[in-house]
Design a protein around this ligand. Structure first.
Ligand SMILES: *Cc1c(COP(=O)(O)O)cnc(C)c1O
Length: 386
């Protein structure tokens, strides 16, 4: 599908940053922990507004700020903060906004550690409900007077099902509930939740935005008012600030995000289509190949390289030997990099958890990287022939 020309300009544009010459096409890195001021009055004024001034890198840093500006523009949001990891972004949104007694509704297959965090927060009087699918009636039923957040993932983790974003944000607005979307999978190039009424977008920049499997970072995009609250109540105090160099690497990753996403998209659709016809495959979970086409056309501009498929024979020994037979696909966690990866949520010891979560036991997840698609298909062909 198509990438917005404006987004290509945002990704590839050179930005000069505060205090640096205007001619450096790649941003110089402000590799510094603190900033000095000519007068004590100027320092004091900076400290009065650490959200908007570079005083100390745990709060704000111009190299990080350059990345934040780009991500806010790409998501069509007002403001962005970049964090030391995706989970730092996730936890800061919740800790920055939720009060004791508040309730959160998680919708669709949500990233595992996000739900783990929710479970831990019950210790502090924050409760939650988890709805594995996206049915509006189920969400409506889960809402309470004290519901503060609806947390969405679309496509969801592992099964990549879409939820109807606009109908959910409409319901949330009626009930005065803030919506959050983890948009790591689609990236802002292929989905812009804020334009569909979502209040807050979070990202793991570790995945496609960085794109080279050489950094860990996260981001939150929201209105300036909401982000400032998250900044003072969580970001600055949790101390999960990203280092300037990792922010710089992420900005460098953005330069090639459009071309990488096009390659991830076409490669994954080819591999998924191949697998769908394979006699050993029961089902492919890919939004463009087997998903809800009308939702996809309505709310997405493209699809990414991460999807899963289910083996007919879900025996753990078969999963293990299939994964071990792969040569081009490497075995590893994470996704969104140049390298193709394979993993199964079934580790042989967690069958009960998978069944409770509605995850098929024969599931294998693939992250299609930047390699030649024929090499990837050949690799799967020989692994599935065993
Ligand atoms: C990886 C991931 C995260 C967490 O990001 P980290 O950078 O690993 O902390 C959050 N959400 C989704 C969907 C992810 O895949």
């Amino acid at each position: 599908m198509a990438i917005d020309p404006e987004d290509r300009l945002i990704c590839t544009s050179a930005d000069s940053i505060e205090g640096q010459g205007p001619h450096s096409v790649a941003q110089p890195i402000a590799q510094t922990s603190l900033f000095t001021f000519d007068t004590f009055e100027a320092l004091s004024a900076g400290l009065d507004d650490e959200y908007r001034n570079s005083v100390y890198t745990r709060g704000r840093n111009p190299t990080v700020q350059a990345l934040e500006d780009k991500l806010a523009k790409l998501e069509r949001g007002e403001a962005c903060k970049v964090f030391a990891s995706g989970m730092a972004a996730v936890s800061s949104v919740i800790l920055g906004l939720a009060e004791k007694g508040d309730h959160i509704v998680f919708v669709n297959q949500v990233y595992g550690p996000t739900l783990e965090l929710a479970e831990h927060l019950t210790r502090f009087g924050i409760s939650y409900d988890y709805i594995p699918g996206g049915a509006l009636a189920d969400i409506e039923q889960a809402l309470r007077a004290e519901t503060r957040l609806i947390w969405l993932e679309s496509p969801g983790t592992m099964l990549f099902e879409l939820v109807d974003i606009e109908s959910i944000t409409e319901l949330a607005r009626e009930r005065g509930v803030t919506t959050v979307m983890d948009n790591s999978w689609a990236t802002p190039l292929f989905q812009k939740p804020i334009t569909m009424g979502v209040d807050i977008v979070v990202h793991s920049c570790t995945k496609y935005l960085g794109g080279h499997s050489d950094l860990v970072a996260g981001a939150v995009i929201a209105s300036d008012e909401v982000l400032e609250q998250i900044f003072y109540r969580a970001f600055l105090l949790n101390g999960a600030a990203v280092g300037p160099f990792d922010a710089w690497l992420t900005t460098r990753g953005l330069r090639t995000l459009p071309v990488r996403m096009e390659q991830h998209e076409s490669g994954a659709v080819c591999v998924a289509t191949y697998l769908q016809e394979h006699e050993r495959v029961a089902h492919v979970f890919h939004p463009a190949v087997t998903g809800d086409r009308s939702l996809l056309d309505k709310q997405m501009d493209g699809t990414a390289g991460l999807f899963s498929f289910e083996l007919k024979d879900a025996d753990f020994a078969v999963i293990r030997s299939t994964l071990n037979a792969l040569n081009v696909f490497r075995l590893g966690v994470s996704w969104g990099g140049f390298e193709s990866l394979a993993i199964s949520p079934n580790r042989g010891t967690n069958v009960e958890n998978l069944e409770a979560a509605g995850i098929p036991l024969g599931l294998i997840r693939l992250s299609v990287g930047q390699e030649d698609v024929d090499s990837l298909i050949e690799d799967l062909e020989q692994a599935l022939a065993r």
